[in-house]
Every structure is written in C-alpha cells, then in structure tokens.
Ligand binder design. Structure first.
Ligand SMILES: [Zn+2]
Length: 114
C-alpha cells in the first residue's frame, strides 16, 4: 500500500458533459448528422450542403432556410412546390377528418348495439 493508483484526482474534468467540439461538418446553425445511403440519389442544397431525397423537398428547404439568398427561379420553384404541398395537406386533413367521423360513429353504433 505504498504505491497509490496512477489516477490523478484532477483528471475528473474529462467527462463529456460539454459538447463544445462536436461539429465537424459545414458550419451551419443546425448540426444534424445525416445518414445517406451511398447509392441513394441526393439533391444537395447549394447553400448549406444538406442532402434531400427529392428536388421538391430541396426547393421547399431553399425557400424556408435561404429565403433571402435564393434566385428568382428557385423562388418560383419554392412557391410551386409549396402550393402543391398545401393541396396535399388539405386532402390529408379531409381524409383524416372523415376517418375520425367514421370511427366515432362506428364506435357509437357498436356501443348502442352491445
Ligand atoms: Zn440549405
């Protein structure tokens, strides 16, 4: 018991509590890690190099994240994609509402019978 273990008590500050040196990608505000399959077709943002699955998603991202920097053609693409997606969302809301109404009255009928 003459030799103490070689651990220094001042070494405790090595705990990974501080996420200071975490980002090693392009310097953007969000440091999300992207896991893209190597053979996947990718549309990459020209402004922040973020990968997207389709050109439509990329157009939406450009309009939302880089609205002040995009060109006129990119803005037109963003607005067209936004309109198309708004229509899809509207149809989805109507279908979801119809499903809820059907479920509600279906359960009501089951409750009335049983
Ligand atoms: Zn971007």
């Amino acid at each position: 018991m003459t030799e103490p273990p070689p651990t220094d008590p001042s070494d405790e500050s090595e705990a990974p509590a501080e996420p200071s040196a975490a980002g090693d990608g392009p310097s953007v505000a969000d440091d999300t890690a992207y896991d893209v399959p190597p053979d996947a077709p990718v549309s990459e943002c020209e402004y922040c190099a973020r990968p997207f699955e389709s050109a439509g998603l990329l157009a939406l991202h450009r309009g939302r994240a880089h609205g002040s920097a995009i060109t006129e053609g990119e803005r037109t693409a963003y607005e067209e994609t936004y309109e198309a997606e708004s229509g899809q969302l509207q149809r989805f809301r109507l279908k979801a509402l119809a499903a809820l109404v059907l479920l509600y009255f279906g359960l009501l009928m089951v409750y009335a019978v049983v």
